[in-house]
Design a protein around this ligand. Sequence first.
Ligand SMILES: Nc1nc2c(ncn2[C@@H]2O[C@H](COP(=O)(O)OP(=O)(O)O)[C@@H](O)[C@H]2O)c(=O)[nH]1
Ligand SMILES: [Mg+2]
Length: 375
Amino acid sequence: MIIAVIAAAVVLVAVIASVVVLRVRSSKELGQGSTKAPLSPPPVEATLEHGEPELDGATPSVEVRAPEEIDALPSYRDRMGRSRGLFEKLRAKVGRASFDQEDLDEVEEALIRADVGVATTTRILEAVTAAKKAGSDLDLLELVRNELTSILTLRPDGSTIDRSLDDTAADDRIPVWLFVGVNGVGKTTTIGKVATARAARGDKIVLAAGDTFRAAAGEQLETWGERSGAEVVRGADGADPSAVIYDAIQRAKARGARLVLADTAGRLHNKVNLVEELKKIRRVADREPGDVRETLLVLDATTGQNGVVQAREFLEATGVTGVVLTKLDGSAKGGVIVAIEAELGIPVKLVGLGEGPADLVAFDPEAFIDALLNR
Ligand SMILES: Nc1nc2c(ncn2[C@@H]2O[C@H](COP(=O)(O)OP(=O)(O)O)[C@@H](O)[C@H]2O)c(=O)[nH]1
Ligand SMILES: [Mg+2]
């Protein structure tokens, strides 16, 4: 009996300890400049292996789940399996300071296949060759990694790339994040994931169903609203998206909400319409009490270099402040991140590593590069 009581007490302490850890971890979240924190709180990891503790009335207040129900935190390495193998042939060179033209050709092919793009691949090869000439004794993959790190860390002027998400409520205004991008890239899903993470942190969030072009888009957003507990403001199908977003901002103001996440349509009758529509949305959403702090361009990693083309078009239409790269989990073309940053100078802020509510993480260049090079 004494042993049973002790065992129960140990289990209870473990449960409480894990809850405390979760609180700490989930408080470092999105919009607070942290690059490694997951965007949603990790699932409760507590399990009771020995049945109910026999303490009087002391039932643990956490949800207890079986191990198989616990979703693991997404990691770049686990989820970027399709990129693995690109640099496989070069692994034989690890630790060896010598390499020849054939090895450089191999690097070039791997980078192009990863959709890093021709211009950026050339830049990387030049940097590697220059480092070698200067007498570096690092191995080939190490040199490639250094150049990738430099591209994903520093701006051309030498300053550090800022990937933080701005949700400052200046002058009592309501921060608004607009999500733009073509159809099917993952705008609505990303909004749902961000809402889930922020709501779990205790923030009151309002979602604006600004994609009034497709009826299903509003319904999809409502489902995410129900899941996350965020309020959703919807207009009639075909309603003016700017008006819907403006209503959502008014609602947020009335409710004392922390942030408005606004969905937009990815396609209208033609491109000119879409550009004009987005300009109008931005203008209206930026009117008091709204304050557009982020315009996030959502791009699908599986489309690779096509994302760079899309990005150029959206850059012209709206002042994009950051990129969300989705579907990195299903893509061997994740190298497009490097092209987006090197060629367009827009920071990738968030990365989608799956379809679930927790599968969105702040972009972590180091983890990404390690997964890409499979080091
Ligand atoms: N594997 C994977 N699928 C995703 C990710 N993000 C979105 N999706 C899927 O992409 C599809 C289109 O997403 P949706 O949000 O409707 O795109 P939207 O048209 O831009 O709003 C859906 O089936 C999503 O589940 C991701 O990071 N990984
Ligand atoms: Mg959508």
